[in-house]
Design a protein around this ligand. Structure first.
Ligand code: MN
Length: 252
């Protein structure tokens, strides 16, 4: 086995843990998914076969082209909405992980005129501006699933250079430069939504959000220690071992 294979193996193991965490932390239920860009090939990504995230094993992970074609299907059924991932990787070279989910408290902000905005310091990784994509604008009445590259590209266009986008009547996407950060931002996006809903209940429109300057400073001073501290807790809660983030240098 090559050194790189060991690194890739560690990355796939990490992707299993990410799936289990998203299931355990109420970001994904039976639905929703998380991918990583292939560490050695910008034109490929890894995503599970169609299965509930908290049940996923390493053998469920499939490699895809950015167009969503499986490299070695082995009889496995892919997610219908895998096009979300490839379209975002194609349009965002900076992105190395994508989460798509339907977490419950985020939904109201996609179907009303109230924008979701960072309200808690831990939630700054969502960014100040979270666009809303409405599939109906371009595609009319559909079953709302992103079932083609056309729809994926339209969603990726709405996301633009942002860290997250809501999908009207459906869910959201969260993107990041690393898998652990994408998971971190997804958990805290859901938490932000819940806290924001409660704050509007108490204060109506009179709610104080983080300023753009605060968000910038929080993101600018965040270290990998913060992400690791959360990852260790979440991994253990999901009955997975804790391993520090795989670093290619340690495998070569
Ligand atoms: Mn979906």
């Amino acid at each position: 086995m090559s050194e790189f294979s060991n690194y890739l193996e560690a990355k796939l193991d990490e992707l299993v843990t990410a799936n289990r965490i998203l299931g355990r932390e109420n970001v994904c239920d039976a639905f929703g998914h998380v991918s990583i860009r292939h560490p050695d090939r910008d034109d490929r990504y890894f995503l599970s076969r169609s299965r509930a995230p908290e049940r996923i094993e390493v053998d469920d992970l499939m490699e895809f082209t950015l167009d969503g074609d499986p490299i070695d299907q082995k009889g496995r059924s892919p997610y219908a909405e895998r096009f979300i991932h490839g379209a975002i990787y194609a349009k965002r070279p900076d992105v190395h992980s994508v989460v798509h989910n339907h977490s419950m408290n985020v939904i109201p902000f996609g179907v009303t005129k109230t924008p979701i905005k960072p309200i808690l310091h831990m939630c700054a990784s969502m960014g100040c501006d979270v666009p809303v994509w409405d599939s109906r604008d371009k595609f009319g009445d559909t079953n709302l699933l992103v079932r083609s590259m056309d729809m994926g590209y339209d969603l990726a266009d709405a996301l633009g250079d942002k860290r997250a986008a809501l999908m009207r009547g459906h869910g959201c996407v969260v993107v990041a430069e690393s898998l652990r950060l994408a998971v971190f931002a997804s958990v805290y996006l859901e938490m932000n939504a819940e806290i924001q809903l409660k704050s509007h209940l108490l204060g109506g429109d009179d709610v104080t959000f983080l300023s753009e300057g605060e968000v910038e400073q929080i993101i600018g001073t965040r270290t990998s220690f913060t992400i690791e501290r959360a990852w260790e807790r979440w991994a253990r809660r999901a009955d997975r071992p804790y391993d520090p983030e795989p670093n290619q240098d340690n495998f070569s």
